[in-house]
Design a protein around this ligand. Structure first.
Ligand code: FAD
Length: 306
């Protein structure tokens, strides 16, 4: 068995594997795709000490760093469940099972998509999902935020300080965001909130976004707003479906519940990154939590072995 078996090869999993392997213990990463969400990212300007990098470049650097330590990297495999029989067993969709004395779950999350024409074509060319990451790219421009929940209204307030104007499009006839956030958004001079708005298409000039089309769900009227960016804020879905039948406790949102040391409800199982219930989903935060989870796994192993 592995001493530490890491599930997920994004920033959290890579950090966990490096921290574990540096203790001289047998470590493996099993992942569907190495790099995780970073592979879908173009410009990264908030990875501290690196002024600017790009997703595939950072991902390659992560893999290179992990390989320095002789970590077994198993890609193209999806975990299907976790069970215990003395050891921890990660059952894979392929039917195989990997065994570990401890496990770090770092399967990340994915942004819920609009599913309208143009979204796919203009992803990272005006269609964005992370205001902390991409907000500054739209300085002085017009943008829309899709979604009037807490994350949408928070995004609108955040962006309003950077961009020229923000239009919030909410599908329902009410905003689900907390009243204090809605009040703050309404007090800002450059945020418009449109309810009953069904986004129908992302429009562009072939290389970047230049407008968004929506339908007024009450009147049926079609509208177009000219803008440079669209921030989709309709939910972040943790990749934790494979844990539903397991001993690992999940939050209402499907996030793995961890304590300050990264421990889950299942002994010997730790979690990190976007899959866990840690606030703020960012590369640097995922890496920090991956390091925490690995150090806690090591701590668990030395106590278990006594
Ligand atoms: P992920 O990166 O999601 O990695 C999850 C890993 O788990 C992957 O290897 C995946 O293949 C694997 N996996 C998933 N399910 C399974 C399974 N069942 N079995 C096996 N493996 C599985 N953050 C920033 O800090 N700065 C930015 O500029 C920035 N820009 C972003 C732009 C975009 C378009 C997106 C989508 C995100 C951006 N983020 C940014 C957020 C950042 O990418 C995430 O916070 C970070 O990647 C989370 O790391 P993670 O390791 O927890 O998960």
């Amino acid at each position: 068995p592995y001493d530490v078996l890491v599930v997920g090869g994004g920033p959290a999993g890579a950090a966990a594997a490096i921290y574990a392997a540096r203790k001289g213990i047998r470590t493996a990463i099993v992942a569907e795709r190495f790099g995780g969400q970073v592979m879908d990212t173009v410009g990264i300007e908030n990875f501290i000490s690196v002024t600017y990098t790009e997703g595939p470049k950072l991902s390659a650097a992560l893999e290179q760093h992990v390989k320095e330590y002789g970590v077994d990297i198993i890609t193209g495999q999806r975990a299907a469940n976790i069970k215990r029989d003395g050891l921890l067993n990660i059952e894979l969709e392929s039917g195989a099972t990997l065994k570990g004395k401890s496990v770090v779950l770092a399967t990340g999350a994915r942004w819920r998509e609009l599913g309208v024409p143009g979204e796919e074509q203009y992803r990272t060319k005006g269609v964005a999902y992370c205001p902390h990451c991409d907000g500054p790219f739209y300085k002085g421009k017009k943008v829309a935020v899709i979604g009037g929940g807490n994350s949408g209204i928070e995004a609108a307030i955040d962006l309003a300080g950077i961009v020229e104007h923000v239009t919030v499009l909410e599908f329902a006839d009410t905003l689900r965001a907390d009243e204090v956030l809605v009040k703050k958004a309404k007090s800002m001079g450059n945020i418009d909130i449109i309810k009953n708005a069904q986004t129908t298409e992302v429009l562009g000039d072939g290389s970047k976004v230049n407008a968004i089309a929506y339908k007024d769900r009450v009147t049926g009227e079609a509208h177009t707003i000219e803008l440079a960016g669209i921030f989709v804020q309709i939910g972040l879905v943790p990749n934790t479906g494979f844990l539903k039948e397991s001993e690992v406790e999940l939050s209402r949102m499907g996030e793995v519940i961890i304590d300050a040391k990264g421990a889950t409800s299942m002994p010997g199982v730790f979690a990190a990154g976007d899959a866990a219930n840690i606030p703020y989903k960012q590369i640097i935060i995922s890496m920090g939590s991956g390091a925490t989870a690995a150090l806690s796994a090591f701590d668990y192993l030395i106590r278990e072995a006594e």
